[in-house]
Write a protein that binds this ligand. Structure first.
Ligand code: SF4
Length: 160
C-alpha cells in the first residue's frame, strides 16, 4: 500500500485487496523463496504455498458460504500482520507492474475504491516517485510482472 495515496486506516477498514474470489485470485501476491521462509519463520509456521512455476502464492482457504478467499496474512481487525515486510505486490498497491507488448508499465488497479477518490495529479505524482524503484525491482524479479489486462489505466511506462 502506498501511504501517500492511502492511509493505513482506510486500508484496514477496506481490506478489499487482501481478499480474492475465483476471478481475481491471480492477484494474490507473488511470494519468492526468501519471503516464503520469512512467513513460515516469523508469521505462520504452518503456512502452505501453491507453486506457480516461477514463484509461489499463499495457500488460502475458500470461505464456506461464499466464493471468497482471505489472505492468510490478514488480521481482520488490524490489517496485514506483515507490516513493512509484506510482499512487493502489496507494497505497491494500488499500482500493478505489468507487461504490454514487451514494455513494462505501471498500471492502477481499477478495483481499489479509495484511490479512485484521489485526484489523478496526485496519483501520477506518486507513481513518478516510485517508478524507478518499481521498474528496478521488476528487472530483478520478472515474476513480479503480470500480463497487461484491458481496463487497467497505464500511469507510467518504462523507458529503455
Ligand atoms: S500479504 Fe498482507 S497486504 Fe498482502 S494481501 Fe496478504 S494481508 Fe493483504
Amino acid at each position: 500500500m502506498i501511504r501517500s495515496l492511502l492511509s493505513p486506516q482506510e486500508c484496514a477498514d477496506c481490506k478489499l485487496c487482501c481478499s480474492f474470489d475465483s476471478s481475481d485470485i491471480w492477484e494474490a501476491p507473488v511470494i519468492d523463496g526468501e519471503k516464503a521462509r520469512l512467513i513460515t519463520s516469523r508469521y505462520k509456521e504452518d503456512q502452505q504455498f501453491i507453486d506457480r512455476g516461477t514463484h509461489c502464492v499463499l495457500k488460502m482457504e475458500k470461505q464456506e458460504d461464499s466464493d471468497l478467499y482471505y489472505c492468510t496474512m490478514l488480521d481482520h481487525a488490524k490489517g496485514c500482520i506483515m507490516g513493512s515486510e509484506k510482499p512487493f505486490d502489496c507494497k505497491i498497491w494500488p499500482f500493478r507492474i505489468m507487461e504490454l507488448n514487451g514494455m513494462r508499465v505501471i498500471t492502477l488497479s481499477p478495483v481499489c475504491p479509495i484511490v479512485n477518490t484521489r485526484p489523478i495529479e496526485q496519483i501520477k505524482k506518486t507513481c513518478g516517485e516510485i517508478a524507478d524503484t518499481v521498474f528496478a525491482e521488476a528487472e530483478k524479479h520478472p515474476e513480479y510482472v503480470k500480463p497487461y489486462i484491458d481496463g487497467y489505466p497505464i500511469i507510467a511506462a518504462e523507458s529503455r
